[in-house]
Ligand binder design. Sequence first.
Ligand code: ZN
Length: 392
Amino acid sequence: MTTEERHQKCMDLLGQLVAFDTTSAHSNLELISYLQKYLDELGISHRLTYNEERNKANLWATIGPDIPGGIVLSGHTDVVPVAGQDWSSDPFTLERRGDRLFGRGTCDMKGFVACAVAHADDFKQRELAVPIHFAFSYDEEVGCIGVLGLIKDVVANLPLPRAVIVGEPTSMKIIGGNKGGRSYITTVTGVDGHSSLPDLGANAILAANRIISKLVAIQDRLKQQADPDNGFVPPYTTLDLGLINGGTASNIIPAKCEFHWGFRGLPFEDMDAIEVEVLSTIRDEIEPDLKSVSAKAGITTRVKSDVPALKPDEEGAAEQLVRHLSQLNESGRVSYGTEAGHFQNAGIPGVIFGPGSIEQAHLPDEYIDVEQMKACSDFLTRLADWAETGVI
Ligand SMILES: [Zn+2]
């Protein structure tokens, strides 16, 4: 197959994958069974790990010898919703306009998955000394949840790989570290009453306001302590506060207020310490005031998601390999979460490196440049060349 034919194959496969509406709220099983059939026809072995409801699955595949030290190409199969977005064309039909390919998930991140799968036959035909694995997950966009089952399965049952390339859109530049994130939902239960007699009730919105003030104070302190040269933008752990609901009318003391909050943490930030600080302030300073009005009042907080940061590891196997293959000699940092930190925590070094720009991710008229698909395809050819010997 010529290089041009290989590029075309990557783009054809992207068209196939975009056509599956794998918004995180839906099942991804149709896409997964399409990939299973595709790999079966090439004689490539694979296995699935499911969610509890068994309506979503991760796919793991191995090409080459069944030994440790392989390279994982990792991508998520789910995409963010198109609801409320103004698209110029059907988001689930790949459309080429000029040198851009439009469709939901083109850059984040079916472009990378399509490139990987479109190289499967090439990988299979070679005598690989180093195995190449595919790790395609579900539910990344809702907190990097799905990949945990896949990693657990690999660590417990399979030869451990040496490195993972997480193909999030980085414009084919090496990203060696990302912030993590922990998010929570806090529910304040107060006591309702007529707003003219505030002392007879317990105002849930005011209590929420005290908690939020505490969150802002923590964020301000972390900002003060930041090392401006740590490579992250911004260079400190940041507060997320994106959703709040409370009250029923302006003249009723609100009995309920719920808000979603969290912190995007630098690698090495002590996220447990932040959590303890917030929860103990709630328990010791804010909740007693509510409870003094009624024992039924109170505050509960539950963890919504917990994504570990990727700690930069410039000497690690993943970054060394991608530097070697890409001829790039520097790596950057990003502030969004990825699955790479989960792999790192399981003992598999990772980097983020993939086609397309994060600036187009999650937006209406999401696209990927044809050039980026070609660059990713060429990179995977170099990976295959290297994997025949495994020598850097
Ligand atoms: Zn993504």
